[in-house]
Write a protein that binds this ligand. Structure first.
Ligand SMILES: O=P(O)(O)OP(=O)(O)OP(=O)(O)OC[C@H]1O[C@@H](n2cnc3c(O)ncnc32)[C@H](O)[C@@H]1O
Ligand SMILES: [Ca+2]
Length: 506
């Protein structure tokens, strides 16, 4: 009798205990789901796309960017899903306008394939032209308009949302390049890149300066410190993610790698007694010819035009680094500078400080020469490498790098020496180890102005910080861990009680 009452009590307790535990289990499950859902609400993937044509002086590249519509302005990052090189040279060299569709259509076709059809109409397309078109504008404004309107009519015939084709300003080119690299490196706002999670707070607040070396112009953009000598036109003001930035930016026209070489050769050719130009920036044994129309045809080189010279000149490499550097230095004539601490091109650059990201031809050149590693920490190391590389006979270089594009290969001696000299002139002599050569940043997108341009035109970088998530990350993690542990405890307790009670019933 006593025993059966005991067993009834035990059975009552067991069954009620199980009900209570089951109830707690379900509550924890609901809490876990709720925390997860609230935190990650509206993060189901709805992608957006944007297309930017970077119409540079040497060539045009079409970039397609993709981002999650819900994560915009937040922790989500825009990434590049396609970089299509448009065939042919830069748009400023188009003379037969009928050819424009032939060149551009291939990349536009690619965009139609890559972007889902139902997104075509909402996808913006932008074309920004840089120094090649700025140079052409000096000579032939009408042709510039014709090229831009031909490109525009072609783009309008596609199902995308065409937003215009224009020449971007010097300041835009520099500033958007600066925005691009700082956005991709997670320097504008914490949490942008997985890497930034591990950065200390004060570290994440300092931005990188941007160095872009194109074919016709080069830009330097950075946040100067305690700067009082810079003219206000060269300072641009931004408010991004709730922070104010004042950046110095300048674009040096004709100091791009291709125009600098042309300018330098035209300058040296003025002293020619024959049609043979000995060129120290080309390897010994390298020979080529150049039409004088091309040599003196550019805005940057035409003041050296020598009408007595024939249609072509012969060029022969001598591979002499010191001579090469000396002839490059003549381009940086600072004699007409009358401003404080003027560098070249009559421009005062504020003192260099902090980290810099160098991209475009800075990267192409230094990566070919194996000079991008952190171990290359001084300009002496670069100088030594260039002395050795420039003096290597062309036959050797040509066979060693048989699969490298011949035009680029033949110019790496000049390009490397030019990069070294340009960086010295910009004030990096003491700060070589502050430069990082960048191409695709953290695997997301290539460094360059085009991403920053699109981020700005699509209002993707707000002036103020977006509202925070319902829970801070530590709170979110704590809640998830707490409810998971509670679930586990309830589950274990439930199993023990269940096992005991079944044992008891037996
Ligand atoms: O900014 P602008 O001055 O308008 O010129 P761009 O936009 O056409 O200039 P790029 O950065 O595309 O290229 C800079 C230079 O690097 C050269 N270049 C481009 N791609 C290269 C590569 O993969 N390897 C070596 N050199 C390259 C190119 O011919 C130019 O001389
Ligand atoms: Ca460029």
């Amino acid at each position: 009798m006593e025993e059966s009452r005991d067993s009834r009590v035990k059975r009552f307790l067991t069954s009620n205990g199980m009900v209570i535990l089951g109830f707690i289990f379900i509550l924890c499950l609901i809490a876990l789901l709720a925390v997860g859902l609230v935190q990650n609400k509206a993060q189901s993937e709805n992608f957006k796309y944007g297309i930017v044509f970077d119409a540079g002086s040497s060539h045009t590249t079409m970039y397609i960017y993709k981002w999650s519509a819900e994560k915009v302005n937040d922790t989500g990052l825009v990434y590049e899903i396609e970089a299509c090189k448009v065939k042919g040279r830069g748009i400023a060299s188009y003379r037969n306008l009928q050819e424009i569709p032939v060149y551009m259509s291939q990349c536009m076709g690619r965009a139609k394939d890559v972007i889902p059809r139902f997104k075509h109409q909402e996808t913006p397309v932008y074309l920004g032209a840089t120094a090649g078109m700025r140079l052409l504008r000096f000579d032939n404004k009408e042709l510039v308009e014709k090229i831009l309107s031909s490109v525009s009519s072609l783009f309008k015939s596609y199902p995308f949302n065409f937003q215009g084709a224009r020449i971007i300003s010097d300041a835009e080119e520099g500033s958007y390049g600066w925005i691009t690299i700082n956005y991709l490196l997670g320097r504008l706002k914490e949490k942008h890149s997985p890497k930034s999670l591990f950065w200390r707070k004060n570290e994440s607040q300092s931005t990188y300066g941007a160095l872009d070396l194109g074919g016709a112009s080069t830009q330097i953009t950075f946040v100067p410190v305690n700067e009082t000598h810079t003219s206000s036109e060269m300072l641009k003001h931004f408010r991004l993610y709730g922070r104010n930035y004042t950046v110095f930016t300048h674009s040096y026209l004709c100091f791009g790698k291709d125009q600098a070489l042309l300018w330098k050769m035209a300058r040296n050719a003025t002293q020619l007694q024959s049609d043979l130009l000995l060129e120290p920036c080309f390897h010994p044994g390298y020979t080529t010819t150049m039409a004088t129309r091309k040599l003196y045809g550019s805005y940057c080189s035409r003041k050296f035009n020598n009408l007595d010279q024939g249609d072509t000149i012969r060029i022969q490499g001598t591979g002499n680094f010191l001579e090469c550097q000396r002839s490059i230095l003549e381009l940086f004539n600072a004699s007409f500078c009358n401003t404080y601490d003027c560098v070249f091109d009559s421009v005062h650059v504020p003192p260099i400080w902090g980290k810099f990201g160098a991209f475009s031809a800075y990267y192409y050149t230094m990566s070919f020469l194996n000079l991008t590693s952190e171990d290359v920490s001084s300009e002496e190391m670069v100088t030594r490498k260039m002395e050795e590389f420039c003096s290597t006979p062309w036959a050797v270089v040509n066979t060693t790098f048989a699969d490298v594009n011949k035009k680029y290969l033949s110019e790496y001696c000049f390009s490397g020496t030019y990069v070294l000299t340009l960086l010295q002139k910009l004030g990096f002599t003491e700060y070589w180890n502050q430069i990082e050569f960048l191409n695709k940043i953290n695997g997301y997108a290539e460094a360059g102005w085009s991403l920053g341009y699109m981020l700005n035109l699509t209002n993707m970088i707000p002036a103020e910080l977006p509202p925070p998530k319902p829970f801070s990350r530590p709170t979110y993690i704590t809640l998830m861990v707490f409810f998971s542990l509670l679930l586990a405890v309830v589950f274990i307790l439930g199993s023990v009680i269940f096992q005991k009670s079944s044992h008891f019933w037996k």
